[in-house]
Unconditional design. Structure first.
Ligand code: UD1
Ligand code: UDP
Length: 363
């Protein structure tokens, strides 16, 4: 049996096209860790992306000793360990670089289960990020690694991981392309917020290193205030919580809205003049949807987007953010990126992963 264990918004999106294929071809158990739990971060994605209900949803509230947060290892590790002990899978699939990813990998390893890591090999080379440590640890614990691009395969080679890694693209493209046409037809988000194509920039900010410090979050918002566009920000709960704590009134060209479902998120991204973000998934979707991206970080683990000329790293320096935004609007960046091949694949990554698993596991 294979158990897939995930627990956050981007993991639901990125596994949405793969879960039905795993169900069809394997004895497959699907577990949701409950790291993300709000309706607007979880339920809407299960509904819109037609992801079937998990066999088991772990909930922090049911534990005797409540954790500080649902991403706390003191909750995740025992809860996932119990799940693995009771259900005894042969393989455990984990995705990406969240606390749920590491907790599931540690629990799997404790019980001698083989780990399959999807979206392996990404490296920002910034070891201050908890996500970077998760990537490195989980890659080195895994039996099979599904790697988006040749670059990441090379990173793994350099760390001594030479076998059982497969370059397959990124499953985000499967979801993004599949729902992009549906978003064109069904989403009313632009009418609802009263904006038209190219009239606005789209921004998301949620990284701990950007939102947890009042100085940094306010610096970013002040920088966005100097842009020539309206800026629409659906607020990740972490961003919203911090903004409320810091008691800062956002500048008038910034429109903060509730987190969007996937259909509206795609529509608003596709029609933006450009995107500003510290999200991993949004950097990948921007190049897939051919929208220029400014990444509000000094580094990225999505290097392919930078070398393709579709993504610009500014950190949170207001002058750089401003220059890059002006450069995007004042040059032919947008036209040029229409023709670049998507480094993350053709939307068939989930199929490719399934075929490799059929070959490797059913022998
Ligand atoms: C987590 C991942 C990050 C990923 C992001 C995707 C870790 C350490 N970080 O960050 O790599 O990019 O998910 O969105 O795993 N909250 C809610 N409702 C929710 C989820 C979170 O209110 O459904 C609030 C809670 O106050 C929580 C805070 O957001 O304490 C942070 O959530 P957490 O899961 O710790 O980290 P993320 O910032 O979501
Ligand atoms: N997203 C969404 N609604 C929003 C903001 C983001 O559907 O309001 C989607 C976005 O399109 C991408 C994913 O959420 O697919 C990215 O998640 P997030 O930024 O939380 O995490 P990361 O990718 O950085 O781990």
């Amino acid at each position: 049996m294979i158990s897939t264990i995930i627990g956050t918004r981007p993991e639901i999106i990125k596994m949405s096209r793969l879960i039905p294929l795993l169900d069809k071809n394997f004895d497959h158990r699907f577990v949701f860790s409950g790291q993300h739990y709000s309706k607007e971060m979880v339920d809407i994605f299960f509904e819109q992306l037609k992801v079937r209900q998990p066999n088991h949803v772990l909930t922090p509230g049911k534990l005797e000793h409540k954790p500080m947060a649902s991403s706390d290892y003191t909750y995740l590790l025992p809860a996932i360990s119990n799940e693995i002990r009771e259900n005894n899978p042969d393989y455990v699939i984990v995705y990406g670089d969240t606390n749920s990813t590491l907790a599931a990998a540690l629990a799997a390893q404790k019980f001698g289960k083989k780990i399959i890591h999807i979206e392996a090999g990404l490296r920002s080379f910034d070891e201050r990020m908890s996500e970077e440590l998760v990537r490195i640890l989980v890659d080195h614990m895994s039996e099979l690694l599904f790697v988006p691009t040749d670059l990441e395969s090379m990173f793994l080679e350099k760390e001594g991981i030479k076998n059982n890694k497969f370059v397959v693209g990124n499953t985000v493209v499967d979801a993004c392309l599949y729902y992009s046409d549906i978003a064109d037809k069904e989403s009313r988000i632009l009418e609802n917020i009263g904006l038209q194509k190219d009239e606005y920039a789209f921004a998301t900010i949620h990284r701990a290193e950007n939102v947890d410090s009042p100085e940094k979050l306010i610096k970013i918002l002040r920088a966005l205030a100097t842009l020539d566009k309206q800026v629409v920000i659906p607020m990740h709960p972490r961003h919203k919580k911090r903004l409320n704590e810091f008691g800062y009134n956002v500048p008038s060209n910034i429109k903060t809205i509730e987190p969007l479902g996937y259909i509206d998120a795609l529509k608003i991204m596709k029609n933006a003049a450009y995107v500003l973000t510290d999200s991993g998934g949004v950097q990948e979707e921007a190049i897939t949807l051919k929208v220029p991206c400014i990444t509000l970080r000094e580094t990225t683990e999505r290097w392919e987007t930078v070398s393709a000329g579709a993504n610009f790293l500014t950190g949170i320096d207001p002058r750089l953010i401003n220059y890059k935004a002006k450069m995007i609007l004042g040059t032919d960046v947008k036209t040029k990126i229409q023709n670049i091949p998507n480094p993350y694949g053709d939307g068939k990554t989930s199929e490719r992963i399934t075929n490799i698993l059929l070959d490797k596991l059913k022998k």
